[in-house]
Design a protein around this ligand. Sequence first.
Ligand code: NAD
Length: 310
Amino acid sequence: MRYRQIPGLATRVSVLGFGASPLGNEFCAINPVEGAHAVRHAVANGINFFDVSPYYGRTLAEERLGPALSGLRDKVVIGTKCGRYDTASFDFSAPRIEASIHESLRRLRTDYVDILYAHDIEFADREQIVNETIPALKKLKQQGKARLIGITGYPLKLLADVAVRGAVDIVMSYCHYNLLARDLDTYLTPVLKQHDIALVNASPFHMGILTRAGAPAWHPAPEQVKQAGAGIVKLCAANGADLPAAALRFCLNHSYIASTFVGMFQPAHVDENLKALDTRLDPALLAEIDRTAAPGLNVTWASGLLENQD
Ligand code: NAD
């Protein structure tokens, strides 16, 4: 495993992070015992960075991750979120943020998290995020409940604007840097670099599109993105190429992203994804992938309030 330093964290984070949303049955109903094994297997193999949220499985993912990490707290870096609680349930007010962290800490069986993010800020009034939510997060940081505070969401220009105005420590972006999307570096990375704000990248498989199982039913991407992704899956199968390793290697090659979070719930996923660390992305394969991806490349979708769209 390789590790990177995020300023403000005592522990360096693994470049491959464990996305815990599948532990909340977000992609399919999982076997919770197997999910816990996946978590412990990941830690045993050097993955020390975990991402979760009260939204994933409507608290189920946190409830499962906490006990799975029992006895490992000092070995891992945990990020969780606040403000989003269901598909259409949001509350970014200061009192809710304060109550939320205490609920998360109880479920995660710890007395602090390493990172606390406002979750999917495009569903809120951006002025509320800057003037109420982020100050509430900063208060929790001062109290030692979170080491770092940040924001997550989909529209990149919104993330850049709020990150700078709110002076957050870290931003999590998803579905903007992988084999089907490259626009992260156009809109977000340069701004964060300029302001010394850390960046983590989520959804290297474009939320399941770049897997043999394909996109979950709720996936918001337009059909052309799903078709381009299915084309990449087929291309890799026809060439005997290891798709998870290639898709992750592509993300891991980014120089500013501290860690790439992949959603996992099986020990076998952990093993397959770890292979990316020793994989070289064949330039000829990448050229073929790029040709196949082209009709769906950088094709985005609406997320959140109209005024927050890129
Ligand atoms: P992803 O692109 O990581 O894909 C996850 C899917 O890939 C799951 O169905 C998983 O079972 C499958 N998978 C994983 N490894 C596999 C392998 N080796 N072979 C075959 N299938 C495999 O999407 P994601 O889970 O949405 O993103 C990763 C994490 O990032 C999430 O769990 C979450 O923690 C975080 N995230 C955050 C936000 C946000 O804050 N708004 C949004 C998206 C993701």
